[in-house]
Design a protein around this ligand. Structure first.
Ligand code: UD1
Ligand code: MG
Length: 452
């Protein structure tokens, strides 16, 4: 595709009042800039340069784009001057977008590319949107069907302020026309900045054709300049994410109180109750019930899992398991099918086989628990000896009595049993029953001792 993109992201972000570059502030789990880059790539634009300050440039590797440093930041026009001086000239089109507009999707980029192609001889196509007033966007001054100028809000007179067609901040230039216009900019305006938007009047005045491309709904092009706008954009983006999943067969009881991120997989007929957040590439199977109050991050759930008021991070849960209320699975907890984890149970870096139950008040860390074993209320794997973490291996069909302390490293054989309040410090053989502190073998069932 004969197009390259320059994304402007070096601005001081003064209105954010932040130590971080504005475009690295996150919404729905991704930095603002991530959305712009994804939309450009989805529209087929692969040659992308990002203009940033020195701090942002250091972070650009993870985005897989070329970084260009603009220091100092003297305005959007200056940012483009700096970029074009660094990029070799070519006889093509250049798409310019701002990194503070994460709601602009690939549809808008595709539309501006198609419109430009359909109108030979155009020097610039730019996206505009009708918006409710007042607005801090630049105003579009028209001459018939063409654009004659953009006036920044702070430079507008009263009559210009009443114009409700705004510059959305997405431009597609013929690059040689842009190179000429951008070098002519000056900074005589309310902000003493070099405005990219002044290239519009410069091109129009020299007889070149500048055409508008309608953005449709103005909410598609809202920019983020402060934290109020950040919250508004997050809300809009989240609404879009929820709508997309609902259209694919997920029930979301209250989308305004459900917090999603891009790139999630959620199976159909899953129901999500309010105050639930799902993030970091989580995958949810079909027919699950999540929430109210579930927090999932990098969680992989199979089918028909129920998670209520619980936190699951970096963990997997098998089909038809039930988690919560008030449980915490973290750091590689791996649960097979039909596992039950109840109130105030924490599972960390452990594997629980099919049918395991830990229904109340327990900590299982660095443990393996075999099929159908029952972990009594108050059980703790004492996995840390002050120096290192140690493993607890529990076999199948084991009964761990209430309030058992399992002092790792430890092995409990298949079918074994520990009595209530045991402190188990030594391995327990298959079928063996132990109790006490420290736990000792109990007499065989039915055996008679001398004391009897
Ligand atoms: C800009 C437009 C305005 C438009 C609005 C849409 C200009 C002069 N004005 O205003 O017409 O309606 O966007 O959201 O372009 N940046 C740099 N270097 C700089 C200054 C800014 O890279 O020296 C970057 C910023 O990081 C930001 C983008 O350019 O991502 C836009 O700058 P910003 O200050 O947010 O411009 P607006 O006031 O929003
Ligand atoms: Mg802005």
């Amino acid at each position: 595709m004969n197009v390259r993109a320059i994304v402007l992201a070096a601005g001081k972000g003064t209105r954010m009042k932040s130590a971080r570059p504005k475009v690295l502030h996150e919404l729905c789990g991704r930095p603002m800039l991530w959305y712009t880059l994804r939309a450009l790539r989805d529209a087929g634009v692969v040659d992308i340069a990002v203009v940033g300050n020195a701090e942002l440039k250091q972070c650009l590797n993870e985005f897989g784009v070329r970084g260009i440093v603009q220091e100092p930041q003297l305005g959007t026009g200056h940012a483009v001057q700096v970029a074009l001086r660094e990029l070799p000239a070519w006889a093509g089109r250049v798409l310019i977008a701002y990194g503070d507009m994460p709601l602009v999707d690939d549809g808008i980029f595709s539309r501006i590319l198609a419109t430009f192609d359909a109108r030979p001889g155009v020097a610039l196509a730019m996206v505009t949107a009708r918006m409710p007033l007042p607005s801090n966007f630049g105003r579009v001054i028209r001459s018939g069907d063409n654009v004659r100028a953009i006036v920044e809000e702070r430079d507008c007179d009263e009559s210009q302020k009443s114009i409700d067609e705004m510059n959305a901040g997405v431009y597609l230039y013929d690059e040689s026309a842009l190179r000429g216009a951008v070098e002519k900019l000056n900074s005589i305006n309310a902000q003493s900045e070099y405005y990219l938007t002044d290239t519009v009047a410069s091109l129009a005045n020299s007889g070149k054709c500048v055409i508008p491309v309608d953005a449709g709904d103005y909410r598609n092009v809202l920019g983020i300049n402060d934290r109020v706008e950040l919250a508004q954009a997050r809300k809009e983006l989240n609404a879009r994410l929820c709508a997309a999943h609902m259209r694919e067969g997920v029930t979301i009881v209250d989308p305004e109180r459900t917090y999603l991120e891009p790139e999630l997989l959620i199976g159909r007929d899953t129901v999500i109750y309010p105050n639930t957040s799902i993030g970091r590439l989580s995958q949810i199977g079909e027919g699950c019930v999540l929430g109210p109050g579930a927090r999932l991050s990098n969680a992989k759930l199979a089918e028909r899992v129920i998670v209520r008021e619980s936190v699951i991070t970096d963990s997997r849960v098998g089909a038809e398991s039930r988690i919560g209320p008030f449980a915490h699975l973290r750091n590689n907890a791996t649960l097979a099918a039909e596992v039950k984890i109840g109130n105030f149970v924490e599972v960390k870096n452990s594997r629980l086989d099919r049918g395991v139950k830990a229904n109340h008040l327990a900590y299982l860390g660095d443990a393996t628990v075999g099929e159908n074993s029952n972990i009594g209320a108050g059980t703790i794997t004492c996995n840390y000896d002050g120096q290192q973490k140690n493993e607890t291996i529990i076999g199948r069909d084991v009964m761990i009595g209430s309030n058992t302390s399992l002092v790792a490293p430890l092995r409990i054989g298949d079918g074994a049993l520990t009595g209530a309040s045991s402190v188990v410090t030594k391995d327990v053989a298959p079928g063996e029953r132990v109790a006490g502190n420290p736990a000792r073998p109990l007499p065989e069932k039915g055996s008679v001792t001398a004391a009897d």
